[in-house]
Design a protein around this ligand. Structure first.
Ligand code: CUA
Length: 335
């Protein structure tokens, strides 16, 4: 390899490494931000060091044996050992003891992560859909989509299920993945320990847009969470008279949108995500696109082009650019 190509290889490797860990919402199980994630991370670290010790021991013994007992001209073959009771007891007991050190914390972590939570925990039902997430706050009578807000430092119990096929709810910095199975509810519980935006995704193949089924968990301070919940519980914003947003509301109310989406007081669809406060979300389309004018317009015009298999069809007849712009203004006004 020439010097130039070696430098190139390093640059490519560096670029790949940096792109892998850059971005505002890194998904890493090695940066725990909740008690659940901390427990699994500690378990991983403990087992890693046990495995490392076993690896080093085995490799050292192997190298010693290879060097010491290698074939040399004129030397007799080394004498094989048979029936060494002490050795046999040692190599049976040592792995058994190591496995106990691995098994006990593993089983303990399985039990602590089984969804047990104090009675006052915030209860959220997560429902997987092809390809978006519905979040129902059971005590608050509040439903939202794709972005889960949680208060920092408070215990949360999340019941996970599905409306169609099997999905898997996974926000790596906050906890392990758990399957979303139709007709069954699986639980996880945790207490997020730092405010922040944490990205997550569906972790079970669930159809053509499995990779487009992302989510965001936004851990708020207590006051910010209260303010968010209050705003979400309120009615949708009323657009000012003769504004593009008001025009957009009229277009929305007479279009196919109303068959699938809920906007309190305007439409009552339940197939797609509720839009009563869609303007307050940072992303659209199952967390894959930023919630801005350009992406909203592109999404309304042709959702399946952005998310293959999307249930949100192209409108027939298609909406004009002016109608789409008005709709975008209306949706953005729904803070
Ligand atoms: Cu839902 Cu993969």
């Amino acid at each position: 390899m020439t010097d130039t190509s070696r430098v190139r290889l390093w640059l490519v490797t560096l670029a790949l490494a940096l792109s892998g860990c850059a971005g505002p919402f890194p998904q890493s199980t090695l940066r725990p931000r909740s008690d659940f994630a901390q427990a699994t991370d500690s378990l991983f670290t403990d087992i890693f060091w046990w495995a490392a010790a076993v690896f080093v021991l085995v490799e050292v013994l192997l190298v010693v044996a290879l060097v010491r007992f290698r074939h040399r001209e004129g030397r007799p073959a080394p004498k094989p050992a048979h029936g060494h009771t002490l050795l046999e007891i040692a190599w049976t007991l040592a792995p058994a003891v190591i496995l106990v050190f691995v098994a006990v914390p593993t089983v303990r972590t399985i039990f602590t992560s089984s969804g047990e939570a104090p009675a006052d925990a915030l209860k959220v039902e997560v429902i997987g859909h092809q390809w978006w997430w519905e979040f129902r706050y059971l005590d608050l009578a509040l439903t939202t989509a794709n972005e889960l807000h949680l208060p920092v430092g408070k215990p949360v119990r999340i019941g996970i299920t599905s409306a169609d096929v099997i999905h898997s709810f996974w926000a790596p910095l906050l906890g392990g993945k758990r399957d979303a199975i139709p007709g069954q509810t699986n639980y996880i519980a945790f207490r997020a320990d730092s405010v922040g935006d944490y990205s997550g995704q569906c972790a079970e193949f669930c159809g053509v847009s499995h990779a487009n089924m992302r989510l965001r968990v936004i851990v708020d301070s207590d006051t910010a969470f209260g303010a968010w919940a209050q705003a979400q519980l309120g009615p949708p914003a009323t657009p000012p008279k003769a504004s593009p947003a008001e025009q957009g509301r009229a277009i929305y109310a007479r279009s196919a949108c109303i068959g699938c989406h809920l906007i309190q007081g305007v439409s009552a669809g339940v197939i797609g995500p509720g839009l009563t406060h869609v303007g307050s979300r940072t992303t659209i389309a199952g967390g894959i696109l930023p919630n801005d004018s350009a992406h909203l317009a592109a999404w309304i015009a042709d959702a399946p082009a952005l998310k293959p298999g999307s249930l949100m069809m192209r409108m027939k007849p298609p909406l004009s650019d002016a109608d789409i712009a008005a709709l975008v203004a209306y949706l953005q006004s729904l803070k």
